[in-house]
Design a protein around this ligand. Structure first.
Ligand code: ATP
Ligand code: MG
Length: 650
C-alpha cells in the first residue's frame, strides 16, 4: 500500500464518566500504571482472581514465538471457577441465569442449579465415552443447556466447538470434520421469529457425512417431530437422569478449552484454538474491569449468540467466573414486537447491556419512540462490539438508551484475541463517540505504518499487538502454517489484526474497518468506516456500506450502498435528489476526495450471521463479478435483491 490511511473524520464531542460510577469503579487509572510498570506481574495478579489447583511456575513462556504458553505448570478447572467456587462460598442460591424464551416462557437457574446440570452433563458425556482432549460439537439455540454443555466439556477437559445454530448442514459438517468431533450436542429446534425452527434435520444431514461422530445428544426444546437414529440420545433421558455429583479434575493451563471458527466476514473461517488458564484470566478480568460488574447488585445482559466469541467470553466464561446474575434471551429483537429488548431490560432491571452496532442501527431505523415506551433507568453501563460504531449510532445509544448518563464502552477485540483488548474503562475514560479509546491495562496495541513503525498522533495505519496477551489464540486448529501466515507475517514480531486504525490528536484509537476493505482513491487510502459514518450522519440514512470498485481514472472509486430511513421517499426524482444530496454531504463532511462516485439506495445489506456487513460481496456486485463464498451470509436472498435492483437501474 502506498500511503497509510487518510484521517478524515473529525469528532470533538467528549463525555467524562459519571462521578458516582467513577467513585466506586472496580478499576481505576492506577491499573494502567501498574501494568506499564510490570506487565507480567499485572497479569499474574489478575490470574490470582481465579482458584488454581496448582500454582504456575512461570507467567509467560515466549521462547518459541508466536506459540505462547501462559501460566506454565499451573493447573485449574474452568467449570470449577465458574460454578463450584461460588456454591462453596455460600452463593449457590444466587441467580446465575434469568432465561427468557422467545415465546415468553421463562426459567431461572441459580448457581446451584447450573452447577448440578453441568455435573449431570459431565457425567453423561463421560458415559458416552468422551474423555479429556476429545472434541465435542455444540449446535444449540440460546437455551441454558448451551451454557451447561460448554461448562460440562470444560469440566471433563473435552474441547468444545460451538457452531452457530443458524448454520447449514454443510457449514456444520465442515466444522465437525475439521475438528474430528466425537459427539454433537443439539436440540430438536429453537424458537425464532415466532415459530419453532428445526435443528435436528440439519444435524442428521451433517452427521451422515461426518464419520467421527459417535453420539448425538438432543435437548427437547420445541417438542417438534424428529427423526431418530441409533446414535441419538435424548438429553432428558441421559443427562437429567445422571448423578449430580461430579468432582472436577484440574487441567494444565495450556489444555485446549475450545475451538471457535471466525465469523467469515473476510474469508474462509479459521478454527481458532483457545486454552485454559490465560483465556479464563483475561475473560474474567476484562468482564470485571470493562463492565464494572458488581456481582451483588448488577443484572448483566449480553445479547450475542453463544455461537460467537462474544457469547463464549461474555455470556459464559467471563460473567460466570465473576458470579454475575445475567439475562439470556432465546429469540430475535422484533418478536413479537420491536420493543422486545427494552421490555426485557425493564422486566429484569438490566443494569449492564452489551450489544452490537448492527442492532443499534436497526433500533435507530425503527424509531426513537420505541425505547421511550419502557423504563430503562436501571441501565448504568452500555457496551458495543463487532463492528466500528458510527458516531451517530453511538450518540443515539447514549441518548435514547443510556439517558445521556450511562457510559458507553466500545470494545475492540476478535475471536483470535479471546477477550476485549481496546476499550474505555467506564469509571476512568472520557469517551468520544465512535472511538474504542485505549488499550486495556496489560495490552500493547499500536497503530503502525507500512514499515511497521508506530505512527504519530493524527496518523493512520495498521492495528497491531506488540506483546503476547493471556487470552491470545494459540494456533489455527491443525494449521500452524496458516496461523503464522495470517497473523505474524505482515510485520516482524507483531500480531497483525487485519484492521485499519488511526490515532487522533490525543493518541486515542479509532477503528477504520478491515484492511481488506480499505479503498485506494487517487493515491489515498480511505477507510470504508469513515465514509459510512458520514453517510449515517445524514438524517435520511439508516445504514450504509461502502466499497472501492476499480476505476479507470482514480484507481478505485467509492461506491456506497445505502439504506434510507423508513419514512424517506426514494421514488423517481426524489430518489435522484437524495443521491445527489448524499454525495455532496460526504464531500462536505470528509472532503472532496471521499465523494462517492455512485450511491445506490438498497433495502438491505449483506451481513454475516453475527450481523457484520460483508463488503467483499458488495465489491463483487460493484465490479460485476460472480459472488465469492456466501456460506456465512445471513440471508442469501439479499444479494439477489441488490443485484436485480442494480440491473434495472434503480
Ligand atoms: P473473519 O475473520 O472470518 O473475516 P470476523 O473478523 O468478522 O470474521 P470476528 O472475530 O467475529 O470475525 O470479528 C472480529 C472483527 O470484528 C475485528 O477484527 C474487527 O474488524 C471487528 N470489530 C470487533 N469489535 C469492533 C469494534 N469495537 N470496533 C471496530 N471493529 C470491531
Ligand atoms: Mg477476523
Amino acid at each position: 500500500m502506498s500511503e497509510t490511511l487518510a484521517n478524515l473524520l473529525q469528532e470533538t464531542r467528549e463525555f467524562p464518566p459519571p462521578a458516582e460510577l467513577a467513585a466506586a469503579a472496580n478499576v481505576t487509572a492506577d491499573a494502567y500504571a501498574e501494568a506499564a510498570d510490570d506487565r507480567l506481574g499485572f497479569w499474574a495478579e489478575q490470574a490470582r482472581r481465579l482458584d488454581w489447583a496448582k500454582p504456575w511456575d512461570q507467567v509467560l513462556d515466549w521462547s518459541n514465538p508466536p506459540f505462547a504458553k501462559w501460566f506454565v505448570g499451573g493447573e485449574l478447572n474452568v467449570a470449577y471457577n465458574c460454578l463450584d467456587r461460588h456454591v462453596a462460598a455460600g452463593r449457590g442460591d444466587k441467580v446465575a441465569i434469568h432465561w427468557e424464551g422467545e415465546p415468553g416462557d421463562t426459567r431461572t437457574l441459580t448457581y446451584s442449579d447450573l452447577h448440578k446440570l453441568t455435573c449431570q452433563a459431565a457425567n453423561a458425556l463421560t458415559g458416552l465415552g468422551v474423555t479429556a482432549g476429545d472434541r465435542v460439537a455444540i449446535y444449540l439455540p440460546m437455551i441454558p443447556e448451551a451454557a451447561a454443555a460448554m461448562l460440562a466439556c470444560a469440566r471433563i477437559g473435552a474441547t468444545h466447538s460451538v457452531v452457530f445454530g443458524g448454520f447449514s448442514a454443510d457449514a456444520l459438517s465442515n466444522r465437525i470434520q475439521d475438528a474430528s468431533a466425537k459427539v454433537v450436542i443439539t436440540a430438536d429446534g429453537g424458537y425464532r421469529r415466532g415459530k419453532p425452527s428445526a435443528l435436528k434435520p440439519t444435524v442428521d444431514e451433517a452427521v451422515a457425512v461426518s464419520p467421527s461422530i459417535e453420539h448425538v445428544l438432543v435437548v427437547r426444546r420445541t417438542g417438534q417431530e424428529v427423526a431418530w437414529t441409533d446414535k441419538d440420545h435424548w438429553w432428558h433421558e441421559t443427562v437429567e437422569t445422571a448423578s449430580t455429583e461430579h468432582t472436577a479434575a484440574a487441567f494444565d493451563a495450556e489444555h485446549p478449552l475450545f475451538i471457535l471458527y471466525t465469523s467469515g466476514t473476510t474469508a474462509r473461517p479459521k478454527g481458532i484454538l483457545h486454552t485454559t488458564g490465560g483465556y479464563l484470566t483475561q475473560a474474567s478480568y476484562t468482564h470485571h474491569a470493562v463492565f464494572d460488574l458488581k456481582p451483588e447488585s448488577d443484572v448483566y445482559w449480553c445479547t450475542a449468540d453463544i455461537g460467537w466469541v462474544t457469547g463464549h467470553s461474555y455470556i459464559v466464561y467471563g460473567p460466570l467466573s465473576n458470579g454475575a446474575t445475567q439475562v439470556m434471551y432465546e429469540g430475535t429483537p422484533d418478536t413479537p414486537h420491536r420493543g422486545r429488548f427494552w421490555e426485557i431490560v425493564d422486566k429484569y432491571k438490566v443494569s449492564i447491556l452489551y450489544t452490537a452496532p448492527t442492532l443499534i442501527r436497526t433500533m435507530m431505523k425503527w424509531g426513537d419512540d420505541i425505547p421511550q415506551g419502557y423504563d430503562l433507568s436501571s441501565l448504568r453501563v452500555l457496551g458495543s462490539v463487532g463492528e466500528p460504531i458510527n458516531p451517530e449510532a453511538w450518540m443515539w445509544y447514549r441518548e435514547h438508551v443510556g439517558r445521556n448518563n450511562a457510559p458507553i464502552v466500545d470494545t475492540w477485540w476478535q475471536t483470535e484475541t479471546g477477550a476485549i483488548m481496546i476499550s474505555p474503562l467506564p469509571g476512568v475514560t472520557a469517551t468520544k463517540p465512535g472511538s474504542a479509546m485505549s488499550p486495556l491495562p496489560g495490552i500493547s496495541a499500536d497503530v503502525v505504518d507500512d514499515q511497521g513503525e508506530s505512527v504519530p498522533n493524527g496518523g493512520g495505519g495498521y492495528l497491531v499487538l506488540r506483546e503476547p496477551w493471556p487470552s491470545m489464540l494459540r494456533t489455527i486448529w491443525g494449521d500452524d502454517e496458516r496461523f503464522i501466515d495470517t497473523y505474524w507475517s505482515r510485520f516482524a514480531g507483531m500480531y497483525f489484526a487485519g484492521d485499519g486504525a488511526k490515532k487522533d490528536a490525543d493518541g486515542h484509537v479509532w477503528l477504520l474497518g478491515r484492511v481488506d476493505d480499505v479503498m485506494l482513491v487517487s493515491g489515498h487510502n480511505i477507510s470504508t468506516t469513515e465514509v459510512e459514518s458520514a453517510l449515517v450522519s445524514h438524517p435520511s440514512v439508516a445504514e450504509a456500506a461502502v466499497v472501492g470498485a476499480t476505476d479507470p481514472t482514480t484507481g478505485q472509486a467509492i461506491v456506497a450502498f445505502t439504506i434510507p430511513r423508513g419514512n424517506v421517499d426514494t421514488s423517481g426524482a426524489a430518489g435522484e435528489q437524495l443521491i445527489t444530496e448524499l454525495r455532496n454531504h460526504v464531500a462536505r463532511t470528509l472532503g472532496p476526495i471521499a465523494k462517492p462516485r455512485q450511491i445506490m439506495l438498497v433495502p438491505e445489506l449483506p451481513k454475516t450471521r453475527s450481523g457484520k456487513i460483508m463488503r467483499r460481496l458488495l465489491r463483487d456486485v460493484a465490479e460485476n463479478r460472480s459472488l465469492g463464498d456466501v456460506t456465512t451470509l445471513q440471508d442469501s436472498s439479499v444479494m439477489e435483491l441488490i443485484s436485480s435492483g442494480l440491473q434495472s437501474g434503480k
